[in-house]
Design a protein around this ligand. Structure first.
Ligand SMILES: Nc1ncnc2c1ncn2[C@@H]1O[C@H](COP(=O)(O)OP(=O)(O)OP(=O)(O)O)[C@@H](O)[C@H]1O
Ligand SMILES: [Mg+2]
Length: 303
C-alpha cells in the first residue's frame, strides 16, 4: 500500500468512525455545543439529524467519551428493538441483572428504581440511540414514557437520538406528535464546505502520521484537487474518505507525491454514489432526451 510512499504510519481515510481521527470542524463543534447545553439543562429529548455518512456515529462516540465520567450512559447502537427488547437493553446498559423471562411491569419498575438511585448519586441517565430513524413507533413511545420520570427541575432520564432525515419525516406524523413536542433541542449535520474539507484532510493525514517535510509546498492535495473532492463528495465525510483514499492509491501507482485534480477525478470515476457518475448520467439522459426531441422535430418536418 501507499503508507511508506507518503510517510504514513496508518491509513488516514479509514471508513470506521475512529475518535482518534476526530476533527473538530465548526459543524461538529456546533452540534456538540447543542448536545452539552441540552444535557446540562436536563431536557428530555435531543436529536441530531444528518444524511448518510455525515458523521453521526463519530459524534455519538465523541459524546459517549465526553459523558463517560459525567453521566450513566446507555448506548443503543442497534435500534431495531421491540419495546420489551428496549427495556432489556436498557436494563443491561444500566447493569441491572434480570431474567429474560421477567414480567415487563417489574422490569420497568426495576429500571425506574435504578434511574432514581443514580439520580440520588448525582448521575444523570442518558440514553444514546444511533440510527434512531429505525426505531419502531412503539419503541419510541416506550422510550418517551421513561422520560416521564422527573424532579421539579429536571428529567431523570434524557434521550439523545442520532438519525437520518427520515426520522423528521416520521416525527411529522400525527401519531408521534407527543414525542415531537418533547424534543426541545435539535441540530443538523450540514455537509462540509471547501475550507472544512481542507482542514479535514490535513487533520486526518496528520493523525495518520503524515508530515509535510517531504512534500514541496507542504500540502498533499492541491487546491484544485480539493475543489474536485468537494464537488464529487458533496461535502459528505464518508465520500471524502473514499475518494481521498483512492486518490492516494492512484497517485502512489504513478509514483507521485502530490494529489492533483486529475487523480480525484479518476477516483470519482471508479466510485459509486459520487457526483461524477450522476453528472455523466445526467449528461447522457440530457443527450438522449435532446436526441429524441430532435428525432420528433425531424419526423414532424419530413414528409
Ligand atoms: N468529525 C469527524 N472527524 C473525522 N472524521 C469524521 C468526522 N465525522 C465523520 N468522519 C468520518 O466520516 C466517515 C462517516 O462517518 P460516520 O460513520 O460517523 O457517518 P454516519 O453519519 O454515522 O453514517 P451512517 O448514516 O451511514 O450511519 C467515517 O469514516 C468517519 O471517520
Ligand atoms: Mg452511523
Amino acid at each position: 500500500m501507499y503508507l511508506y510512499h507518503f510517510g504514513l504510519s496508518e491509513l488516514p481515510f479509514n471508513l470506521t468512525p475512529d475518535t482518534d481521527f476526530y476533527c473538530e470542524l465548526p459543524v461538529y463543534r456546533d452540534a456538540m455545543n447543542v448536545l452539552r447545553v441540552a444535557i446540562e439543562s436536563g431536557e428530555g429529548f435531543v436529536k441530531v439529524i444528518g444524511e448518510v455518512g455525515t458523521g453521526k456515529t463519530m459524534l455519538c462516540r465523541m459524546l459517549l467519551n465526553y459523558l463517560e465520567k459525567r453521566a450513566q450512559c446507555a448506548y443503543l447502537p442497534n435500534p431495531y428493538l421491540s419495546p420489551n427488547e428496549l427495556r432489556l437493553a436498557l436494563a443491561s446498559e444500566l447493569s441491572i441483572r434480570v431474567a429474560r423471562t421477567i414480567d415487563q411491569y417489574q422490569l420497568t419498575e426495576k429500571i425506574n428504581r435504578k434511574i432514581l438511585k443514580l439520580h440520588e448519586k448525582g448521575k444523570p441517565v442518558i440514553v444514546i440511540v444511533d440510527e434512531a430513524q429505525a426505531l419502531p413507533k412503539e419503541t419510541l413511545e416506550a422510550l418517551r414514557l421513561f422520560t416521564n420520570l422527573e424532579t421539579e427541575k429536571k428529567k431523570l432520564l434524557q434521550v439523545v437520538l442520532f438519525a437520518q432525515p427520515e426520522l423528521d419525516a416520521r416525527l411529522a406524523q400525527p401519531d408521534l406528535r407527543q414525542l415531537r413536542q418533547r424534543i426541545s433541542f435539535s441540530t443538523n449535520l450540514r455537509p462540509l464546505d471547501l475550507t472544512s474539507i481542507q482542514v479535514y484532510l490535513s487533520h486526518r493525514l496528520k493523525a495518520a502520521g503524515f508530515t509535510t517535510e517531504r512534500i514541496p509546498g507542504g500540502e498533499l492535495f492541491t487546491k484544485s484537487a480539493i475543489k474536485v473532492l468537494l464537488r464529487n463528495s458533496r461535502g459528505i465525510p464518508r465520500l471524502v474518505n473514499v475518494l481521498a483514499h483512492k486518490s492516494l492509491m492512484l497517485a502512489y501507482g504513478h509514483g507521485k507525491f502530490i494529489i492533483e485534480a486529475a487523480d480525484v477525478r479518476a477516483a470519482a470515476r471508479d466510485t459509486d454514489d459520487v457526483s461524477f457518475k450522476s453528472w455523466w448520467l445526467g449528461l447522457l439522459i440530457a443527450l438522449g432526451l435532446s436526441g429524441s426531441l430532435y428525432g420528433v422535430v425531424l419526423s414532424g418536418w419530413l414528409p
